[in-house]
Design a binder for this molecule. Structure first.
Ligand SMILES: Cc1cc2nc3c(=O)[nH]c(=O)nc-3n(C[C@H](O)[C@H](O)[C@H](O)COP(=O)(O)O)c2cc1C
Length: 128
């Protein structure tokens, strides 16, 4: 899903995309848009995501107004992407531009297309 989101965004040629499996809190400040992906385990987001948010809050990393979106695969409840968006919006005052993209287990072709198309929503909201 992450690869499809990144491919879709790159294909516009309008923005530079960085796909990362680990990011330091300070690095988040460099981006205009932040798209987070997480599977749901035990009705929750992974501990690494919580740490990222906690360190960002502790270090007062300013994410206000940045574009935010989230995606992830799940088995039966799929809370993680919704929780990610909730924190991005309420704690970091980010601009959430799309509902979470949720794939039940392995994403099918339709879901991969939705991931690729997330780019359009992001691009529409980026300040030219
Ligand atoms: C130990 C364990 C706990 C899980 N807990 C949940 C859960 O609470 N809710 C849910 O929707 N899926 C749950 N799942 C299913 C995963 O979200 C699902 O397999 C997802 O596709 C995993 O993504 P990944 O392969 O990228 O880690 C759980 C899976 C495992 C192995």
């Amino acid at each position: 899903m992450a690869t499809a989101v990144a491919e879709g965004t790159r294909s516009t040629g309008k923005s530079t995309v960085e796909l990362s499996y680990h990011v330091e809190a300070e690095a988040l400040a460099r981006f205009d848009a932040i798209i987070l992906g997480a599977p749901t385990y035990h009705h929750d987001m992974p501990i690494d995501m919580k740490k990222l948010f906690e360190i960002s809050a502790m270090k007062r990393i300013n994410l206000k107004g940045k574009i935010g979106a989230a995606f992830g695969s799940f088995g039966w409840s799929g809370e993680a992407p919704k929780l990610l968006l909730e924190i991005m919006k309420n704690k970091f005052e980010m601009n959430i531009v799309a509902p979470p993209l949720l794939a039940k287990y392995t994403p099918d072709g339709n879901m991969i297309d939705k991931c690729r198309n997330l780019e359009r929503t992001i691009a529409e909201n980026l300040i030219p």
